[in-house]
Design a protein around this ligand. Structure first.
Ligand code: NAI
Ligand code: CS2
Length: 489
């Protein structure tokens, strides 16, 4: 037993499952052992195992990031801590469902392929961030110019992208006459199953038409709506874990107490009954995905940019600003909620109030700067789609254009201040700011990036005018004034 292993076993947890781990095998291979997966799917799976005849194990794969996370997980024999906190109550649990782990930059990609080709693997799940799918964020189609995809098309047996890895594993399963697995995306993308399927199929088609056909007829790609706020860990948050359990777990996460998971019930090789732990299985996830992506994530992006411009480091601080809180509620109810499908049978007033309460939880230290990352991958589904839907329905909007305007000010400031920009389009932003010199010209050029906004800047004068007015208002009056006027309406 290593020191780490003994520490995690001896830590003082409020809750733990008790099923026998000795029978665990890697029924699920998960790509993207990030903070979110640890606080969400892993918890659902652990709780479900406790009440199932046959527990499902998970093999964790990281293709990117530092090796120490997976090394630490391995030292802890797959155990890690999840601290769940509301504004009044904090509970710690140890998650026991992980039985194997691979860091491909260290172990080599073949180790991941071999694992995914093992016969017991029934599900490959993903939390690889929006950019991990290597698609054009606007059209959702595979970006063949993406460096990882270009590499994988040239060397398909040594993939570097998740899409290339899944395709190679499926190709070997087909060749070995093994049953297929289901591919389940758990990223914040509308119809994430459809998007993943399209990316894998278009990649496979370029490799081998027969493989593409086999995947199309045999593999399922269930869509999911996932929800739980799990911020990136900081020293302060590791302190929280240590003070709660007596053990400073390097693989631990601190998350809110709320969690939700809506899953399309479409698995070709079986699945755990995650409904035991509160997941919901449905035929059509899209209405739930759009509700969550627009009302929660859209508001998050609004606060990420405009809250940041107003000087707030954390989401809970934004909620302590009465005007910003009122504007966020207005964005949710007067705009995002009115863009949603009529089929959704959810009380959206109640949903919005719950979101405001969740955002206000000061035990959750969610940085506006973290949510601001990868804006190019998030804006289409969080702001552009709902805005265009409101236009179609002839509903007025003011907060959505202000979200885009906030993003523009935030992005221009990052370029001008020479800050590192975490976004696949960072170079495009830099060249926009170099080619254009006035704030208005830069804003126009940002709005003309077709990977984010398609051709809206050229074809939709109402949209362009609303965004540019919001941009000018922030430029000339400041964000506090703009938020104040939005809150008053
Ligand atoms: P994280 O930064 O902790 O982990 C990101 C993971 O993605 C890492 O395992 C990394 O290796 C992997 N990754 C990054 N780029 C990749 C690529 N090109 N190909 C393959 N793998 C790649 O982030 P976190 O918090 O785990 O979030 C990940 C995603 O989960 C989000 O982008 C979002 O779609 C979804 N999500 C996150 C929530 C949260 O509150 N953190 C809540 C709901 C969904
Ligand atoms: C956030 C989400 O980082 C972001 O873009 O909006 O990760 C958000 O915390 C989750 O979707 C909540 O479920």
């Amino acid at each position: 037993m290593t020191v780490l292993d003994r520490d995690v076993v001896n830590a003082n947890y409020d809750q733990t499952t008790t099923y026998d781990r000795s029978t665990l095998s890697s029924d699920i291979v998960h790509i993207g052992f990030g903070a979110f997966h640890r606080g969400h799917q892993a918890v659902y799976n652990d709780l479900t195992n406790d009440q199932s005849d046959k527990p499902w194990g998970i093999c964790e794969i990281n293709m990117f990031g530092p090796a120490n996370l997976i090394d630490d997980l391995s030292h802890q024999k797959g155990l890690f801590t999840v601290v769940e906190t509301s504004s009044t109550k904090t509970v710690s649990r140890v998650v026991r469902t992980v039985c194997e782990q691979i860091h491909t930059p260290k172990k080599g990609i073949q180790a991941a392929i071999d694992k995914m080709v093992e016969p017991q693997v029934k599900i490959v799940s993903l939390t690889i961030t929006e950019k991990g799918y290597c698609v054009d964020p606007q059209s959702g189609s595979l970006d063949v110019d993406n460096v990882l995809i270009a590499h994988d098309l040239a060397q398909p047996h040594q993939p570097q992208s998740a899409i290339g890895l899944i395709t190679e594993a499926l190709s070997q399963r087909m060749q070995n006459s093994l049953a297929p697995f289901s591919v389940m995306s758990c990223d914040n993308i509308p119809e994430n199953g459809v998007l993943t399927k399209n990316a894998v199929l278009s990649f496979a088609k370029q490799r081998d038409a027969e493989l593409a056909k086999w995947i199309e007829s045999n593999v399922s790609f269930p869509s999911t709506m996932v929800d739980r706020i799990v911020p990136a860990m900081t020293d302060d948050q590791f302190d929280v874990i240590e003070s709660k359990t007596g053990y400073r777990d390097p693989c631990g996460v601190v998350t809110e107490d709320f969690r939700q998971w809506v899953i399309e019930d479409n698995f070709v090789a079986g699945r755990p009954d995650w409904s035991i732990a509160g997941a919901m299985f449905v035929n059509d996830v899209l209405p739930y995905e759009e509700m969550k992506l627009r009302m929660l994530n859209g508001s998050h992006s609004f606060l990420a940019y405009n809250g940041s411009l107003a000087g707030y480091e954390f989401i809970f601080q934004c909620m302590q600003d009465d005007k910003l809180r009122a504007t966020t509620l207005r964005l949710m109810l007067d705009e995002q909620a009115r863009s949603l499908s009529d089929e959704l049978k959810v009380d959206l007033q109640q949903y919005a109030e719950l979101l405001i309460a969740r955002f206000s939880n000061s035990n959750i230290r969610h940085k506006t700067a973290q949510i601001a990352m990868d804006g190019s991958q998030k804006l289409p589904q969080r702001v552009l789609d709902p805005l265009l839907e409101l236009q179609k329905r002839d509903v007025d909007f003011a907060c959505l254009p202000t979200l885009i305007a906030g993003w523009m000010h935030y992005t221009i400031a990052q370029v001008v201040n020479k800050e590192a920009i975490a976004d696949p389009l960072a170079e495009t932003y830099a060249s926009v700011c170099e080619t254009n010199t006035t704030p208005e010209d830069r804003a126009h050029a940002l709005l003309s990036i077709d990977k984010i906004f398609g051709d809206q800047a050229q074809t939709n004068p109402q949209f362009t005018q609303a965004v540019m007015e919001a941009f000018d208002a922030i430029e000339h009056h400041g964000i506090a004034y703009v938020v104040d006027s939005l809150a008053k309406i």
